[in-house]
Every structure is written in C-alpha cells, then in structure tokens.
Design a protein around this ligand. Structure first.
Ligand code: ZN
Length: 428
C-alpha cells in the first residue's frame, strides 16, 4: 500500500504503474459495501490510499462551494461547511470514516438525497489523475458548463476503474434555521407513498428526509440496542421517519408538521404520529433508523439488497416480492427499510428462526435472483447507492443490455487502455 501526499505524487505513482503494468486499487475510507476497494488474491496490486490527501483546499461562501481533497472524511467536510455558515448535505451512516473520494467514486446516496441529490449531483468539478499518470485539472465551480462530453460525470461512480479522483469542488447550501423530526405509524408502504405525496405538497422543499422502516427493523433495533424502543404505545406494521429543514424556526417547523400529521390522520393515512420536542428526541428517532444495519448484523448473517424502483412502484414491489420469498423460502424474515422518497430500499433478508447460517447462505444466489428479477421487472436497479464492486459484477452483466455493456467497455478501454485501474471491478 502506498500513501501519496499530493496530486503530483499520485501522478508519478500511476505513471510508474502504467510503465510496469502493475494494477492499482484506489482506497478511500474502507467503508464500501461491494468490495470495490479490495484487491484480488494475486498479491500483485498496489493499493493507493488517499488518506494523506486530507486538506480542505478552499471554501467560497458566495459561490457556495467547498474544494476538498479525496481523503477528507465526509464528517470533516460537513463541519468545514458548517463553520462557514453553510450546509454540505451528503449524509450517510459511515460519515465518520468514509471519504469524499470514495463518496464520489461510488456516487454515494444516503438520507439527504430526497432534497439535495446524491454525490454526483453535489459535485461541480474534479481533479483526477488519469490511468496514464496525467493530471486533469477540472476543479470548476460552475453551475453551467456546456462544453462537450461531461468527463466529471464519467469519473463519478466509476469506482476507480477510469482514473483516481484526487480532489473535488462540491456544492454548498444555506444552513437551515431548524431541523425537526417526526415519526408516523402506518399500515403499508402504499400508505407511506400517499403520506410522501401529502408531505411533499404541504412542506415543499422543507421535506429533507423520508425514511421507511418495517416493524421487523424496529424490533431488531429494540432487541440489540439499549434505549432504542419505538416510542409508540403499540407496534405498527410500518413506520416513517420524516425530517423537515425549516428556513425560519423550530416553532414554524413544528407547526407545519402538526398540520401535516393532522391532515394525514384525518385522511386515514397514519395510525399514530409523534413530533420530536427536542434535539435529543430527534436524535433518538434517527437512532432507530441508523442502528438497523448493526442490529441486523448482531442478529446474524443476512442477505442484503440495495434496490431502487420507480417510487410509484414501491408498494406493489414490496407486497409481491415479500409474498414470493415467503412462498419459495418459507420462514425467511424480511428486514426492509430505506429511502422511500428516492425509491431506494435496503431490502434485506434474514434466515428463518433456528436455521443454520450455512444452510441459509447456500440459498443466497436463488434469493438474489428472485429479488433482482422482481427489480428488473419493475424497471429498477440492482444497486441504487452502494455500487457494483465485485459483489454485483456478474449480476450487473445479467441485467444490463448488450448495447449498454458494450458502450461501458468502450469507455473503460478509452480511459484505461492498459487495464491497470482497479481490475476485476465494475466492468473491468
Ligand atoms: Zn441507504
């Protein structure tokens, strides 16, 4: 593993790898979920850690931009924006250790996408070391730039297979005056979709979070975390966490949430609702959502899916796929949660109670095929925000058309003709 300190050192290293035909695996915060930054077993690859490139190079509050090196930890970028009186809205569970370079190379999503977009939509410009060891100085802070092919958007989401992102110019936003969180209990994802529509019409752009959780998720969190019980009097089949970011005040945000919940209750969309009365209570509500993955891991092995379908199809997708899994794999427990407002669910499957883990994992390919075929039938994606890496590579080949795959290979060969950039990942 090598840890260059600046872009010139990265360029010299990549140039040397190109000369020697040595494969290179770029590494950010090591929090990826699809193995994109893990070298193969050959022992021949150089792992290029960007950890030492961790400077915030500039903040321009008038242009609303922040320029950060690839190794800046996401939470550090958020704090730097905050100190400048601005918001950098990318937000995900790994933010304390994931890095800007990794966020961009995987086009990370998270809980703020509903209002602010994913990593791609938050990036205006890039500095990249090409597979030949040249530097592309593309750190433009422009909102408008129609000057041909968008190289920036090709590098974003390419998982280190086209070049090495060394710095980025990112979009900042006004800091909200208050953030208020609410929980709503309801009967089905269909009801949650209707609540989303109502919340968007009543709150407009102030609606910045809309996270769905099944009762199974909440019971796992209650079992494996202290002080993490859903605050409703009785369990409900589904629960939504809503977040409002208000430009006026906490009182104003709470007032608008009250009006929303009253109308949702009157229209029969929700069975119960709670609006957080303090920042501490808001944190407790968020903890229910953020602890799901860890609670599921504590419960044992599980099979994960990171899917998206058109938002309008989510209710039918969950109902039909739950039923098909229950028919073919009796007793499996669905742990379904995620970013309903983005059409993106973490549709995870835990083994039937008492089943041996190896027996369960032997069913993994069949369970993946059932879930992902249902995703494809709904014109969805088998990787909404985690990327392809090695984990989803073969499955991607199954679901993308030959035309799309051929165009992707053409791009790969044009950018990395020697095939040294993160081989074996994505399309390489
Ligand atoms: Zn997610």
């Amino acid at each position: 593993m090598v840890q260059p300190a600046n872009v010139e050192e990265v360029a010299r290293l990549v140039g040397w790898c190109a000369e020697q035909r040595v494969p290179l695996v770029p590494l950010g915060g090591n929090t990826g979920l699809t193995g994109g930054s893990v070298p193969d077993d050959s022992g021949k690859a150089v792992v290029l850690s960007l950890a030492r490139m961790n400077r915030i190079r500039a903040i321009d509050p008038i242009n609303n931009t922040l320029t950060a090196e690839a190794g800046v930890v996401l939470a550090t970028a958020q704090s730097a924006a905050d100190e400048a009186g601005r918001l950098f809205p990318l937000s995900l569970a790994a933010q304390g250790s994931c890095t800007i370079g990794g966020n961009l190379s995987t086009n990370a999503g998270g809980t703020g996408v509903l209002r602010y977009g994913n990593a791609r939509e938050l990036c205006l410009g890039l500095e990249v070391v090409t597979a030949r060891g040249e530097v592309w100085h593309g750190l433009r802070g422009l909102r408008k730039d129609n000057t041909g092919y968008d190289l920036r958007d090709l590098f974003i989401g390419s998982e280190g297979t086209l070049g090495v992102i060394t710095a980025a110019t990112l979009k900042l936003f006004p800091k909200p005056a208050a953030q208020v969180t609410a929980l709503a209990a309801l009967s089905s994802p269909h009801a949650a979709l209707k609540l989303l529509e109502l919340a968007q019409s009543m709150l407009g752009p102030a609606l910045t979070g809309f996270e769905l959780m099944s009762q199974m998720c909440l019971s796992l969190v209650a079992r494996h975390f202290d002080d993490c019980t859903a605050p409703f009097d009785a369990p409900h089949p589904w629960c939504v966490l809503l977040e409002s970011s208000d430009s006026q005040s906490e009182a104003h945000a709470t007032e608008r949430f009250d009006a929303l919940m009253e109308q949702a209750f009157e229209s029969g969309l929700i069975a119960d609702a709670l609006i957080a009365q303090s920042i501490a209570q808001s944190r407790k509500f968020w903890a229910l959502r953020e602890n799901i993955s860890e609670a599921q891991a504590a419960e044992g092995k599980n099979i994960k899916h990171d899917i998206s379908v058109p938002i309008s199809s989510i209710g039918d997708f969950v109902a039909a796929t739950d039923a098909a899994l229950a028919r073919q794999f009796p007793g499996v427990r669905m742990v379904v949660f995620g970013h309903l407002g983005d059409g993106n669910l973490h549709y995870n499957v835990s083994p039937p109670l008492g089943m041996n883990e190896d027996t369960f994992l032997a069913m993994q390919d069949d369970i993946n095929a059932l879930v992902h075929d249902a995703v494809a039938a709904n014109s969805g994606s088998i990787s909404a925000e985690h990327g392809i890496g090695v984990l989803r590579r073969d499955e991607m080949l199954r679901y993308k058309s030959p035309v799309e795959l051929a165009l992707m290979r053409t791009i790969k060969n044009a950018f990395d003709p020697l095939g040294i950039m993160n081989p074996g990942k994505l399309i390489g």
